[in-house]
Structures are given as C-alpha cells and as structure tokens.
Ligand binder design. Structure first.
Ligand code: BGC
Length: 814
C-alpha cells in the first residue's frame, strides 16, 4: 500500500528535502547542468557520486510503452482518454492509473508522460482522442483520479501539455491568443484542479506559445501561476524538442529539456552561468525539482520513496475490458439492444476485423494481443457472418497482418551486425534503441525481411515510406530499386510520417506464403535532431470494387436478424502531428450504413473513433454505440454490452454534432496566431450560446434500465439527489448537476457542469447521493483585479441524465 501518495509538509517530505539539499550541495555546476538535459530519448543521466540513478520517462497515456518502440516489449493498451472520460468515474481513472504504475515499474519507468488534459476546443483537434473532454471540471476530475492512481504506485506523472495545446496545426510555433478569463476558467482549470487534488510530481510544458511567449519559457504561467499561486512542487519537463533557448527556458521555469543528448541545457547552461546570463541559484532550483522527483520515485540514495510497499497485482486485461464497456456510449437504442446470444448476426466493417484500438503518435503502445469485434462477437454469438462492406483506408499501411518480419542490420561490407524482431513493417529506432550488437557508427543498411501469407487472393500492392535508398523485393521480383530524396517538407520526421508510396503490385494466392524483403541504405547526409532510423515497409491487400463490397454486406444483412456495422476513422484521420479537416467518416462508410439499414431494420452501428464524427444516418438505424478507441480488449467488451451481460456505461464527455453546426472549429493559425476569440464559450457552452442543437448533447448516454429522479435538495453547497431504478435490471446511473444563473448574463455561459456522481441500484431501488458543489462553480475570473470573483445571486441547479435531459431542479442563492 501507499504510505503516502501525496501531501506536503509531512515528516517524510521534510526528510526527502534534507536528502535533496544534501545531494545538491555535492554537485558542481557542470554536473548540475548535465542533469537537466536528456542523455537520450527518454532518460536523464545517472550521477553515481550522489547515489542518483538514471530517471526514465515514457508515454503515456493509455499504456506504458517503455524506452523501446517495439512489440518485443508489449504493454497493456487501455481505451483512449476520451473513453476514460466517458466513464465519468474518477475512481475508475484511479484504478487505470494504478495499473499503469504497475506497467511502469515492470518496464523500469519512473515517470509516465501523461495525462493529457488539454481541452476539446475544436472537434478538428488531431489529438482530441488523447484528451478527456470539452469541460474543464470533468477533465480535472478524471485527471485527478488518474494522477492519484499512477502516483499511488510510486510512479510520477507529467500533466500535459501546459497549456492551451488544443490543436496540432503548426504546434511548434503557433501563438495562441487566449484571454486571461478563458485561460483561468477553461484551459488552466484542469491543471489547477489536479495540482490541488492530486499533487502531481511533474508537468510537461507545451510546444505552443500563449499570448506571445512560448510555453517552455513562460515565466508568468509556470513560475507565478503554477508554482507560485498553486504551490506546484514537481518538475517541469519540456515537450520533446520544445526547449529552444538556454536562458529563456531556465528563467521560464523549465527544469528539464528533452530529449538528448543535444539539448539547450548541459554544457550550454553551464556556459550561460559562467557568462553571467543565468544565476547558479536558478540552476539549483531546477536541480532541486529533479532531485525531489528522484527522491519521490525512489532513485536517490538516502531518500525514502513516497511509496514503499508495492500495491497488489492488478489484472490489466480484465481492467482494460471493464473500462471499455464502462466507456461505451449508447447514444441511440430503439430497443434492439441488448441482443440474444443466439441472434443471427451479420457483422460488417473493415474495423470489425482490423480493430482500431488506439490513436496514433506518441500515445502508441504495442499490446500483446488485440481482441477485435470479430474475435469478441464470434465467441459471444452462436451464429455470425462477416463482411468487409467498406474499407475506409485506400492507402498502403505498415505491413502487418500475415507478415512475419525481422530486421537484419549490416555494416558497409555486408557483415551482419545484429538482428531485431519487428512487430510490423515499421522501423523506428530512436537514439540508442538499436538491436543488440548494432551501433549507429557501423550501421550501413537494414533489411526488413521475412514472409507474407496473404489473407486474400488478388493484386497486393507493396511500397515504402521514408527517405533514402530502398530495394523492394517481393516473391523474387525486384519491385523497386531507387532513392527517395527529401522533398519540400525539410523535416525528416514529416517525411517519415508522410504518405506511403506504392512501388508495385504482385498477384498472390490466399494462404500461400512468399518471401519479402525491403533493403534500406541509410542516408547519412540527413540532419536529424537525434540519431533516428525511421522507414516503413508498406502493403495494401487486393481492392475490390466498392459497390461490390457494399452489395455483399447488404446481402449478409438481409440474411441476418441483426446487422452490426463497425465504422471507424483511420490513422490518417486521427493522430498526433496534424488536425482533421472535417468530421466525416472516411471512404464509403456512410453509404454502407445507409444501404445496410435499408436492408435490415435491426441495424446497430458501432462507431470506432476517438473523437466526434458525423453520423448523418443516425436516425435511420436501430442503435448507435460509440466505442471510442476501445483498447486491446475492445472486442470482448463489445460482446459484453451487445449481449447485455453488461450495460454500456458511458456518457458523452464532449458534444457530438455536425461540423457545419459546430460553434468553435478553427485550428489554423492566421499569420502564426490562433485567436481563441470565443473566450469562455467552447463545447456545450458554445452550443448553448449558438442556439443550434447538436446530434447528441454533452452528458448523453443510455443504459439498459430506466431512472426516475425523485428529488433534489440543496443545503449550503451540498446537493442531494434521490434516483430510483424504475427498470427491470440492475444499473448504474451518472447523476449530473448543472448550474445556471437565474438572470442571464451574456458574458457567462448559460449553464455549466457543477458536479456529478455515479450510483448503482437494483430494480425498484431508490438511492441517494450527495455532491459537493465546488467553490469555482460560483466564481468567474475578474480580469480587472486579476483574481477570482465570487458571483452572488440566484442560481438554478438541475440534476439530470444529460445537459439536455434535466429531471429535477432547485433554486439556490449564492
Ligand atoms: C508529444 C508528447 C509526448 C512526447 C514524447 C511529443 O511529440 O507531444 O505528448 O509525451 O512527444 O513522446
């Protein structure tokens, strides 16, 4: 058990501070400066003289990848952060965090680079799936549970990305112009709540600027607000490659510049002190923060870690499944769900077979197994057929299903230096993450080689992604032998993550293995910020005519009692590094749903996306279930809720609506600036103001039983709600409380979430729950006095099933 997960000023804290000061006192300037810069992609240098081990960090947030980007070292993959927020359950987020601490310890990781608590300002945000909600209170509550959980296992967190990193376009440079009021009431609010309630040991400062100052150098927001006003005493690490100025960063409160070995700290920082540009005491402040973290996680000799006894073992697969089903949001149900296990089911959709379980970018982890909807439903239903229906991706993807690949590394003479196993066709070796026996100095070429056993007969396309010389050989035929030069992008990372190129097609037979090889000769002339080997062997299976696929699915649906269609976004739609351009489902998926629904009235659509997509056919189908990116156990969780073994427990953490009606969408800077001109009106606050009705409101989500709200009483700031399960089966309800000023004030949102709680009840049972309304619910940020201002007056408090489904209300005077 944790003996003390957080809290300041305890005897143990004081003992740790003493150890930190003693260690600091023994360090010379050069060593201190060196400690503040990464030694590689993920860690800080060890300093044996003071008994300090190397501090290791890793992404985050749905799993712990570890220091290697490979399936050799698998991780539990939990559902996407949007899914975790959809549970509206901080206690479950805490359990997720505790599991991740267990994963981190298993992998030798001391600090998890998570949670992401930026807000869903625009639905176009590319990392929307990786953040929790459009509401700061819900975000803060889920983030608090998560941080408490991770730290209860003795592992640190970095709450990120501080602050206003709400979109990806030009993320390294964009200057977000945000009013003080919107910053305080929206974007800073989750960070503040987490600092207050979970006492995080770390924070990550963002790439972007806020009001003209880049966040790694934002002295006011970091030193004055975060550390000064809120009392944050953790360490502040830059987002990867965000630190750009030695003097600006150290004075702006940045403790650690990542990654290394080339950073703006280290020798450059020591030199700045010697040149009189930086006080040594400023370096000491940063070192103190790093040593305090090291003490907390137990890698500073002589300091007792915060957690001395490792908590009991948690079953990751079962928790992943539980979170997934608790997160699924049933937004529509004509009564078709739940299904009988002996119902004749036609399962349709590319993502039903090749499930999209997680979002792309730094949040990627490699689970040891993935339960697809096809796997999960095949086990749960006695009669099931499968049809692809529509394949949303017509791009070549990293060679995966059917491929058995390894990477053979050779020197310039062709001598084998070593071999690495590969989870798929993607090679991504950063820093010293190389196969055993291989060094950057000796490495000349890498051959991705092995076999491919096609799942379908027909024309298979093969290709490459990346820069440099490639020789691609499939089944004895050289499909390509040439050099891919750097294009206009000028950024080698962009080139790696860019579009794959088709290099040729080969006609193959289902089930018959063939030999494949992609040889890549490194281009040493490319300037990279750190040693990096990144290229991909790509593949695309036979493409059948789209109309033919849809017709086949319609046929399957017609023959079945129920059609379950899984629609999805792709990695080219939702990932890190870019924003979306619209909210449509890619490919012919909308046509597919319409055709299937016309053929079978019992059509259930499962939406496998991390963030909102338009569902233009939503009123023409029998049920719509949002599954988010459901994590590695998603298919079994889907079977749980479709069969009714479990209720779908999620409520929307973000409004779902069409792009045309969405009130705040802009993510593209104008002349380098992105104005948050809507002020405090984002999400449902903006939908309320615009007067338009979204497809599904904030907080919406159905279960399998019914609820009556019998009363709401307010005493002081405590609201007590009584709800009765009026249905026929046990259930769980998320009681939501919204506050609105009785007299409308154009400067304030019409209403906002002021509290929530989950209750469970048996059929007929009445349960009572009390919710404490937070002080902040009655305050606004006053820009003239630069302080919080209590807003007295009369308020209407409503309790209900969603923002749009208020059941009981009460007037109160604040
Ligand atoms: C992301 C961070 C992540 C870091 C390390 C960055 O690109 O913005 O969220 O923690 O990379 O992978």
């Amino acid at each position: 058990m944790a003996n003390q997960a957080h809290g300041n000023g305890s005897e143990q804290d004081r003992a740790r501070e003493t150890a930190v000061e003693a260690a600091l006192g023994k360090l010379d300037l050069d060593t201190k400066a060196r400690l503040l810069g990464g030694q590689d992609m993920w860690s800080l240098p060890e300093i044996p003289e003071i008994g300090l081990k190397s501090l290791v960090m890793s992404d985050g947030p749905i799993g712990v990848r570890g220091v290697r980007w490979t399936a050799d070292d698998p991780s539990i993959a939990l559902p996407s952060p949007t899914a975790l927020a959809a549970t509206w359950d901080p206690a479950l987020a805490r359990r997720a965090g505790a599991l991740l601490a267990q994963e981190a310890r298993r992998k030798g990781v001391h600090v998890l680079l998570a949670p992401t608590v930026n807000l869903h300002r625009s639905p176009l945000g590319g990392r929307h799936f990786e953040a929790y909600s459009e509401d700061p209170y819900l975000t803060g509550a889920i983030g608090t549970g998560y941080v408490q959980g991770v730290q209860s296992g003795g592992v640190g967190t970095t709450v990120k990305h501080f602050v206003a990193n709400d979109a990806e376009t030009d993320r390294f440079t964009v200057n977000n112009i945000v009013s003080a009021r919107a910053l305080r009431e929206l974007y800073l609010a989750p960070f503040e709540a987490i600092v207050e309630n979970a006492h995080p040991w770390g924070i990550m400062t963002a790439y972007n600027q806020v009001n003209g100052v880049t966040m790694t150098e934002h002295r006011y927001l970091v030193n004055e607000v975060l550390r000064g006003e809120w009392g944050f005493d953790g360490f502040n690490v830059s987002d990867w490659m965000a630190a750009r100025s030695t003097v600006g960063d150290i004075k702006g409160g940045l403790d650690v510049a990542m990654p290394g070995p080339q950073t703006v700290y280290g020798p450059a920082l020591a030199a700045a002190v010697r040149a009189g540009e930086v006080e040594e005491s400023e370096v000491d402040d940063a070192v103190r923060n790093v040593l305090r973290l090291a003490a907390r996680v137990g890698i500073l000799e002589g300091a007792e870690p915060v957690v001395t006894e490792v908590p009991g073992e948690i079953d990751g697969e079962s928790l992943a499944r539980e979170i997934a089903r608790r997160a699924f949001v049933l937004v529509r149900n004509s009564g078709v769900l739940p299904l009988r296990p002996d119902a004749k089911v036609a399962l349709i959709g590319a993502a039903a077979r090749d499930a999209r379980v997680l979002g792309g970018g730094s949040a990627t982890v490699f689970p040891s197994r993935i339960v697809s909807p096809l796997d999960g439903l095949s086990a749960a239903f006695s009669s099931l057929t499968y049809a692809v229906g529509a394949d949303p991706s017509d791009e070549l993807l990293p060679a995966d299903k059917g491929f058995e690949l390894r990477a053979v590394c050779r020197d310039a003479d062709g001598t084998i230096l070593g071999e690495g196993s590969l989870p798929n066709g993607q090679v991504q070796w950063l820093g010293d993450d190389l196969p055993a026996g291989v060094t950057h100095e000796a490495l000349h070429s890498i051959e991705v080689t092995g076999t491919f056993t096609p799942r379908e007969s027909g024309d298979h396309a093969f290709g490459t992604r990346g820069l440099g010389a490639f020789t691609l050989t499939v089944d004895g035929t050289v499909l390509y032998d040439g050099v891919q030069p750097m294009g206009d992008e000028a950024d080698p990372f962009e080139a790696f993550f860019g579009a794959p190129l088709e290099r040729g097609r080969v006609t193959l037979t289902e089930g018959q293995p063939i030999e494949v090889s992609l040889r890549h000769v490194l281009d040493t002339s490319l300037e990279m910020p750190l040693p990096a080997i990144m290229f991909t062997f790509t593949h695309l299976g036979p493409r059948r005519a789209e109309d033919e696929l849809i017709a086949e699915a319609v046929e399957a649906a017609r023959d079945a009692e129920v059609a379950v269609v899984v629609v999805a976004t792709t990695e080219r739609v939702e990932s890190e590094g870019f924003d979306r351009t619209d909210l449509q489902l890619p490919g012919r998926q909308d046509d597919l749903v319409r055709a299937v629904a016309a053929a079978n009235p019992n059509t259930v659509v499962v939406v496998n996306s991390g963030s909102p997509v338009e569902l233009p056919w939503r009123d023409d189908v029998a049920a719509v279930l949002l599954s988010w990116f459901p994590g590695q156990e998603g298919g079994d969780a889907l079977a749980d809720v479709l069969t009714g073994a479990e209720e779908p427990g999620g409520r929307l953490p973000t409004t779902w609506g069409s792009f045309a009606a969405a009130p705040v969408t802009g993510v593209t800077p104008d002349d380098g600036q992105l104005a948050y001109a809507e002020g405090v009106f984002i999400g449902y606050r903006a939908w309320d103001r615009s007067g338009s009705t979204p497809s599904y409101p904030f907080g919406h989500g159905l279960g399998y039983t019914d609820w009556a709200y019998e009363s709401l009483d307010v005493t002081g700031t405590t609201a007590t709600v009584r709800v009765r399960n009026t249905g026929a089966r046990p259930g769980r309800e998320t009681v939501q409380l919204y506050l609105s000023p009785s007299e409308s004030d154009a400067a304030r949102p019409a209403r906002w979430l002021a509290g929530f709680a989950s209750v469970e009840a048996a059929p007929g049972e009445l349960v009572e729950v009390s919710v404490e309304l937070p002080r902040r619910a009655f305050e606004i940020w006053d820009e003239t006095t630069n302080s919080w201002s209590h807003q007295p007056g009369s308020y209407e408090l409503t309790a209900g099933r969603s923002l749009a489904d208020a059941r009981v209300s009460e007037t109160l005077v604040a």
